[in-house]
Ligand binder design. Structure first.
Ligand SMILES: Cc1ncc(COP(=O)(O)O)c(C=O)c1O
Ligand SMILES: Nc1c(O)cccc1C(=O)C[C@H](N)C(=O)O
Length: 413
């Protein structure tokens, strides 16, 4: 234990990102390891929201669409997110939810590949991705194949010529396994299909290099590692080469070439502006924009290096302190195969997560038996890792997972 303590303090002392924690407001006595579900509150957000409400909305009224550049917010915020994803400006738009953007991306991708009737998705994907793929297929008369990432080469060899689009996530939301984005992108494109990445668990957590990899489309949320707040706007990335032919399924007036011309015919705006739909949620965009300032001066390579150090250290602590207590580390050990979380398997995952929360360590669980600990390198320390694992050891050795208070499932887990 002493050794782990010494290592934690050594790693935290030499952490070049340690000062970024000041950019967040975290309650005292809480170790927050659920930033892969809802990011913590960035210190810049309350003031930005107060300004948006009182000055921009209260005083500026409708003039603020021009004077405070509300109209440009989806593109401005989109470009800032794009910077974190290795996307040059003019390819990313912020707005709506990931689910809506998935629908837009998959449907538009299928329209870009007429005559091809397969949509590929991951059987282990977050459910919304599968639900939307099924619905798009029903609407457009296509077929969905659920193919695990490891099985893609076989599927593409057999039916690649039929694939319109493949929608995958680089990081498995349950286990934290990181898939090989470059190889999957290349394989799908070599078969003639389009690659759509769901970056919910990658955006703000690891370098993605969208332009360099030649990704076709991507979507992701604003509320996890970007810390944009509950229900923060999501985003869609449309590689520039596809924009002119991108036939958006939701032809809203904000995506029209001349929105205030109020013409009866839809003519899409040139460029990525055509991915706008209806009136955007300005207050939420202002909150997300302020949240993104927490990344100023920070490189995604630095974020990745610290994230790997944190998750690696967490696993070391688990190996030492949880040995023989019924836990299995399910997140891959190899750094290039893991995202920014650690998942532990235990039959009493749910009551243990609740017992931990009662001790001030907030993680989450994914049914049936995974405890999930997400790390945001901007505000989590190595000491937090050790504290979390120590509490977990104490909770399980003291039998807290059998406490009836922790057995009932809450609506949101
Ligand atoms: C990979 C992935 N896609 C999509 C979503 C959710 O989509 P939405 O932001 O629309 O709720 C989540 C998590 O909620 C997710 O983990
Ligand atoms: N989006 C969420 C929500 O509105 C409530 C609770 C959790 C979430 C999540 O983000 C879950 C998350 N996508 C996951 O990886 O499981």
């Amino acid at each position: 234990m002493k050794e782990l303590q010494a290592r934690a303090s050594e790693l935290d002392t030499s952490d070049p990102l340690a000062a970024q924690r000041e950019r967040f407001v975290l309650p005292d006595g809480v170790v927050y390891l659920d930033g892969n579900s809802l990011g913590a509150l960035p210190a810049a957000v309350p003031e930005a929201l107060a300004d948006g409400v009182h000055r921009q909305w209260g005083v500026g009224l409708i003039r603020s669409w021009n004077e405070h550049h509300w109209w440009q917010a989806p593109l401005r915020v989109g470009d800032t997110i794009g910077q974190l994803l290795g996307a040059a400006p003019g390819q990313t738009v912020a707005g709506d939810s990931t689910t809506v953007q998935l629908f837009n991306g998959l449907a538009a991708a299928a329209r870009l590949r007429p005559g091809r009737r397969l949509l590929l998705t991951d059987p282990g994907h977050f459910p919304t991705d599968g639900y939307i793929a099924d619905s798009v297929a029903r609407l457009l008369g296509l077929e969905v194949l659920r193919v695990a990432p490891d099985d893609l080469p076989r599927c593409l060899a057999e039916r690649g010529h039929e694939v319109a689009v493949a929608g995958y996530s680089p990081v498995d939301y349950r286990t934290g396994e990181l898939h090989d984005m470059p190889a999957i992108t290349r394989a799908v494109q070599e078969a003639g299909g389009l690659m759509l990445w769901d970056l919910c668990h990658a955006t703000g957590a690891l370098p993605v290099r969208l332009d360099e990899l030649g990704v076709d489309l991507a979507v992701g949320c604003g509320y996890k590692f970007l810390s944009g707040g509950p229900g923060a706007p999501a985003f869609i990335y449309i590689a520039r080469r596809h924009q002119a032919a991108f036939d958006h399924p939701l032809t809203g007036w904000n995506g029209h070439v001349d929105p205030f011309g109020l013409s009866g015919d839809y003519v899409p705006a040139p460029g990525v502006d055509r991915a706008r739909i209806g009136t955007p949620p300005i207050l939420s965009l202002l909150a997300l924009e302020a949240a993104l300032t927490a990344f100023e001066g920070v490189g995604m390579e630095q974020v990745r290096a610290k994230s790997l150090s944190l998750t690696g250290f967490f696993m070391d602590c688990a190996d030492t302190l949880l040995d023989g207590l019924g836990f299995t580390v399910v997140t891959p050990r190899e750094p290039h195969r893991r995202g920014s979380q650690v998942a532990l398997r235990h039959p009493d995952a749910y009551p243990l997560v609740r017992a931990l929360a009662a001790r001030g360590v907030i993680g989450d669980m994914r049914a049936p038996d995974l405890l999930r600990f997400g790390v945001n390198a901007l505000y989590v320390s190595h000491r937090d890792m050790l504290t979390a694992v120590r509490h977990l050891r104490q909770a399980v050795t003291q039998g807290e997972h059998r406490d009836p208070r922790f057995l009932h499932r809450a609506a949101v887990t």
